[in-house]
Design a binder for this molecule. Structure first.
Ligand SMILES: C[C@@H](O)[C@H](N)C(=O)N[C@H]1[C@@H](O)[C@H](n2cnc3c(N)ncnc32)O[C@@H]1CO
Length: 147
């Protein structure tokens, strides 16, 4: 899994067109969203990722560690198919992303939001620019498997 974490003064998105054959069904609340002082987590699910609790908890712990360090008021999970050449196919990716979202919500003491899967989206982001405001992570299940 590849993550790009941006600590943003403000972030907003709005859905545009379908980007895959079967995108996530849109509810009113998923069509657009915004947050201030939020940690935006652009997330690419890779072909070797899985939805094992040990792996997802490792990802969630890393994200929430950053959110705590930068004192973000929320986390914004954003499906993003551009951070790896080894993409998981959409059915697997949406399953893992939704499991990660639930894991984050279960662990976080701050709100966790998400953007919908499988859509082109317009977005605005205002990066705060402090030393921890732009971070990337590559987390793979092999690293969390018991030795
Ligand atoms: C397109 C661009 O503007 C938008 N931001 C976008 O990337 N949309 C992606 C994700 O929402 C999702 N998606 C598909 N495969 C994956 C994957 N392996 N990991 C994460 N998301 C995926 O499907 C869309 C098209 O690839």
């Amino acid at each position: 899994m590849r993550l790009l974490l941006i600590h943003a003064r403000s972030f907003s998105f709005e859905v545009r067109d379908k980007a895959v054959e079967n995108p996530e069904p849109l509810t009113e609340e998923l069509k657009r969203g915004s947050a201030d002082n939020t940690l935006v987590v652009f997330t690419t699910v890779e072909e070797n990722d899985n939805d094992s609790p040990s792996f997802l908890e490792r990802v969630a712990d890393d994200v929430l560690d950053v959110a705590g360090k930068v004192k973000a008021s929320s986390v914004f999970l954003y499906p993003y198919a551009h951070l790896s050449p080894n993409l998981a196919p959409p059915p697997k990716a949406i399953t893992i992303l939704n499991a990660l979202y639930e894991t984050l919500k279960g662990k976080a003491s701050i709100p966790v939001y998400r953007a919908p899967f499988g859509w082109y989206k317009a977005f605005n982001i205002s990066c705060l620019g402090h030393p921890l405001s732009e971070l990337s992570r590559t987390i793979t299940p092999q690293e969390s498997a018991p030795q």
